[in-house]
Design a protein around this ligand. Structure first.
Ligand SMILES: [Fe+2]
Length: 318
């Protein structure tokens, strides 16, 4: 029984022209463009679909406006599919096409599973030289001109009923990594793996919807290089770059014309069965150890909106 990660996500968004441009700038490859539907791929074959909101293929939306409509999780084998079929078949909205099964989660969102079609991929992040370990020898660190994301690493939803939604995913095999008790649950799709594949967030106003989708890149330098490139293309930073104390990952969030926020991230914690979920109080310093408000200007490569906008600090007359 092994759920591996996210194989495919589908957005419903009316402005396909803007979304086509955005996801190309984000570093994805457009592999299909027909019938009011765009299909993009990341490096390992993880698929990102954007379809007109009225497209017949789309499950129901959980909020108004452009948003995520479906997540397909990849599993290791048909035995896992059989286990999940047994666990899901009495759930609301159960569907089974033979190769893909799914249902509706307690948030009203369409969750699906298939045997993963992602490709095994050999890419190398830049090793960091620390005091005690020097893996990068006679090799300068990488500077990325843009990001080419490896895959969709996690999705984050606003959920009015946190307890029911966490219990639903736990029953399917997800494991809690950390929690904001009563307010949020970070979950990974298998006992061994990255810190979270799914984060469920409850707000006092009972909001339901998409918060963000995060794309895994190779290393911190690709977070920075990718963010600078997306910024140069004119897209707006929501927050970042920065670093999360929970998960330890570096992040950079942008606003996504297909719905919610979108994130580059790297260097998250890797967990095993031995990990004990921690409880945290939500707050700004637990969300971000540090973060750049408004982002970094892709041209000046300095904080956006600073007085010296348009010039490097080193351009100042002496
Ligand atoms: Fe995230």
């Amino acid at each position: 029984m092994s759920i591996l990660g996210i194989d495919e996500i589908t957005y419903g968004a009316a402005d396909l022209d803007t979304c086509r441009r955005f996801f190309a700038d984000w570093g994805l490859k457009l592999v299909q463009d027909a019938d009011q539907r765009l299909v993009f791929e990341s490096l390992n074959g993880c698929r990102v679909l954007v379809a007109d909101p009225a497209h017949a293929s789309l499950p129901a939306a959980i909020e108004d406006g452009p948003t995520l409509r479906e997540v397909v999780w990849g599993v290791s084998d048909t035995e896992t599919m059989s286990v999940l079929r047994e666990r899901m078949m009495r759930k609301p909205g159960y569907v089974d096409s033979g190769t893909r099964i799914g249902c509706t989660d307690p948030n009203g969102f369409a969750v699906r599973f298939q045997v993963s079609v992602k490709r095994a991929l050999q890419v190398r992040g830049t090793p960091a030289n620390t005091w005690d370990q020097r893996p990068r020898v006679d090799e300068p660190g990488t500077i990325y001109e843009r990001a080419t994301p490896i895959e969709v690493g996690h999705v984050v939803f606003f959920v009015p009923d946190l307890a029911a939604t966490e219990a639903f995913y736990a029953e399917l095999g997800f494991v809690a990594s950390d929690r904001y008790p009563g307010r949020g649950a970070f979950m990974r799709c298998a006992p061994r793996g990255g810190h979270h594949d799914l984060f469920l967030l409850s707000t006092p106003d009972g909001k339901r919807g998409l918060n963000h989708v995060a794309f895994t890149v190779r290393d911190i330098h690709e977070v920075f290089g990718g963010g600078l490139a997306v910024s140069r293309c004119g897209w707006e930073t929501q927050l970042g770059p920065g670093r999360h104390p929970i998960s330890s990952a570096y992040f950079w969030y942008f606003r996504n014309p297909a719905g919610g926020l979108i994130e580059y991230y790297a260097d998250e914690d890797e967990l095993t069965e031995a990990w004990v979920a921690r409880d945290f109080e939500p707050g700004p310093t637990i969300f971000a150890e540090w973060a750049v408000d408004g982002g970094i200007d892709g041209h000046t490569r300095r904080q956006k909106g600073r007085q010296n906008d348009g010039k490097f600090l080193t351009d100042k007359p002496h």
